[in-house]
Design a binder for this molecule. Structure first.
Ligand SMILES: [Zn+2]
Length: 217
């Protein structure tokens, strides 16, 4: 084939071609055409068992075959781990600059809110973690509790006079519940919001109203 196929090996025939079975040829061409890009994008540096699991998932999709549970499970575990690392990194980035200014924002003070909620809902017994505002007014992550740094980070989007205090209080309360109810690692899934967590969350006064407010931010 003339030109254009740098994606495969070169413009000459691969040396081993005549020693391959048809299955091997298909497998090799398939790898070259379809998987190269996806794998490098998604999983650069992933351990071999994870790459294997992804191959089952991608090929299963292509041929409309169910993915064996074992591989789906393995891949999910890996993504969870990546997810954790990603979040930890975000918080680290945010912390570097943000905690210089501490819990006091322009319009709201996280320490005051924390202590008010602490008295109302935790008998004042919850130890105060580091409290800070995100550097940017993020909409994607309204709040975050980072156990490794014992820090609650609240999106700066809430530090505006137009934001109802109830919405901000609810987000701080939610993150405080993450201190109260640690992540459940039993079983396949990491349960961040356990049943106990959800029950406790409903104790927040005007819970539904607060949730609605967050949708309209
Ligand atoms: Zn949460």
């Amino acid at each position: 084939m003339p030109g254009e196929d740098s994606m495969i090996e070169s413009d000459s025939l691969p040396a081993l071609l005549f020693f391959e079975t048809p299955e091997q040829i298909y497998a090799r061409v398939f790898r070259a055409l379809c998987l190269r890009v996806r794998i490098s994008d998604l999983l650069a540096g992933a351990p071999a068992p994870v790459t294997e699991a992804l191959a089952f998932i991608l090929l299963g999709k292509l041929y409309r075959k169910p993915v064996p549970r074992m591989y789906a499970h393995r891949y999910r575990l890996y993504l969870n781990r990546r997810d954790i690392r990603h979040k930890a990194e975000l918080v680290r980035q945010i912390r570097g600059r943000k905690f210089v200014s501490g819990p006091a924002g322009q319009h709201h003070n996280l320490e005051e809110i924390f202590e008010r909620l602490n008295a109302q809902h935790f008998d004042g017994l919850m130890g105060r973690p580091q409290l800070g505002w995100s550097r940017r007014p993020a909409r994607g992550m309204l709040g975050h509790f980072d156990p490794s740094h014992n820090a609650i980070v609240i999106s700066r989007i809430f530090d505006q006079p137009a934001v109802p205090p109830l919405a901000l209080e609810y987000v701080v309360f939610h993150e405080m519940l993450h201190l109260r109810f640690p992540v459940n690692h039993s079983g396949v899934r990491r349960r961040v919001h356990t049943r106990e967590f959800r029950e406790a969350e409903k104790q927040f006064p005007r819970f539904q109203e607060a949730k609605e407010m967050l949708k309209r931010l």
